[in-house]
Design a protein around this ligand. Structure first.
Ligand code: ZN
Length: 333
């Protein structure tokens, strides 16, 4: 949820220095998806100011990860097939595992052996019962804002906090299969929160090689598609993102490109100018991070067509696959 809650304020002016190159990186990644993207852009919502309009420029094809891999493949160039089978306990879907510790032992080997990834499932299913606590203001460097928010929900009432946990579990499993050590900031194992500043600190304390905060948006009907939020340069109070701006952008580009390929979903038609990337400086979870970190808004829960995707387990698996491959690509360089 981005634009109806205090944890994610109204979008800032569209400014993404990565816009053109990123767009092309995505285009290079997903020739098959472009047809759908183009069709999508043609019938997009009224706020669609640029989906697909500038994707012909740029030249970042050489950075395209997993190019050519069919979206259905789980064994792509990112090395899923190399993941040991049988040597590691199957990561469980338990939602009661302590979140602050590494979950199931990571695979003994794999391309991400020794790498730490922190997954931040946005919000918490219990937040709505703790309004006083989550409304408490915390310092996010640039200003004070609410500890956390309840998140959005589909029109049918399925909460964003359930969506984010489900995708986080799927992503954790995929990354563990690659050998990564994975930590969640919360696993429905606390009554509310954590606050956005703590969410950042968990990634920092883990010395995460990459961190990703998972969300779904609560925008207007007709607003569709995903976007990845990158930290802008902030140096104010406790916030200093200068060292993570570049690597986070790299991480975000790779996640966005692989998300398009894996899901076939188009980038947002209402923010980011069709690039699927938005840079922001108002989010505590990014401002206070000292490790490469991005947010992803996987779709708009308030749009019926997007909600149909977000509520599909098969689609969520594809979403997690796209995120995983983007992270793997980033960590493998
Ligand atoms: Zn959210």
């Amino acid at each position: 949820m981005s634009y109806t809650g205090p944890d994610l304020d109204p979008p800032q002016p569209r400014r993404s220095p990565l816009r053109r190159p990123l767009t092309v990186a995505i285009a290079a990644l997903v020739p098959g998806a472009l047809l759908g993207w183009g069709v999508y852009a043609a019938v997009g919502g009224p706020d669609d100011g640029g989906a697909g309009t500038d994707r012909a420029a740029g030249e970042r094809t050489s950075q395209a990860p997993s190019s050519g891999a069919p979206s259905s493949a789980t064994s792509s160039a990112t090395g899923d097939a190399k993941a040991p089978t049988g040597s590691s306990p199957s990561p469980t879907a338990s939602t009661r595992q302590p979140s602050a510790s590494a979950s199931a032992p990571a695979a003994a080997s794999g391309p991400l052996k020794g790498k730490v990834v922190v997954i931040d499932p946005g919000h918490n299913p219990g937040n709505f019962r703790h309004t006083a606590e989550i409304n408490r203001k915390v310092n996010v460097g640039t200003h004070w804002k609410e500890c956390d928010t309840t998140g959005t929900a589909t029109d049918a009432g399925w909460p964003e906090a359930e969506f984010t946990l489900d995708v986080a579990h799927r992503l954790r499993t995929l990354l563990q299969q690659q050998g990564a050590t994975v930590r969640l900031t919360q696993d429905d194992d606390r009554s509310y929160g954590p606050c956005v500043d703590e969410r950042a600190r968990i990634g920092n304390a883990a010395r995460a090689d990459a961190a990703i905060s998972i969300h779904a948006d609560g925008s207007g009907t007709g607003n569709r598609g995903f976007h990845v939020i990158l930290p802008g340069s902030v140096h104010d109070g406790a916030a200093d993102t200068r060292a993570i701006v570049a690597p986070s952008a790299e991480l975000g580009e790779r996640v966005a490109g692989n998300f398009v390929r894996a899901t076939g979903s188009a980038p947002s038609n209402y923010v980011g100018g069709g690039t699927g990337l938005v840079t922001r400086t108002d989010l505590g979870g990014l401002n206070l991070s000292t490790v490469p970190k991005v947010f992803i808004e996987c779709g708009n829960m308030r749009d019926g067509a997007d909600a149909a995707l977000l509520t599909s387990g098969a689609w969520r698996q594809k979403a997690a696959q796209g995120m995983s491959e983007g992270i793997v690509s980033f960590l493998r360089g």
